[in-house]
Design a binder for this molecule. Sequence first.
Ligand code: SF4
Ligand code: SF4
Length: 115
Amino acid sequence: MVKKKAHSHYKDVPECVDKIGTKKKRPRLMAVVDEDSCTGCQVCIPFCPVDCIETVPYEKYDIPIPPVQIRFDECIGCQICARVCTKLTWDAIRMIPTDEFEQTYGIKISDKGPQ
Ligand code: SF4
Ligand code: SF4
């Protein structure tokens, strides 16, 4: 009989980051939070390697736990937040091709972070 490891039922999730980086080129994908689905649990925040996920300003919804949002000019499109949200919480982050993101939201994504 094959014995299972004690914690083999745990879901596979990325490691939290040790060192915060910055964007160096235009990403292929952009992360977009569905604010209606996001619970505001903030689980995704410490996993972002460029620390670009933040709480939506409290004034926007006037609720005790607001959702999070992404600073798009800093996002490197690594998909880690989407994987973490899907595996640990609520599946509230979509990865969208950057061209489609620019057309949809009218935001130009540069190849550098904030200047
Ligand atoms: S992990 Fe998902 S539900 Fe939780 S704050 Fe991040 S986007 Fe929202
Ligand atoms: S895709 Fe990567 S860089 Fe962009 S918000 Fe998610 S974790 Fe951060």
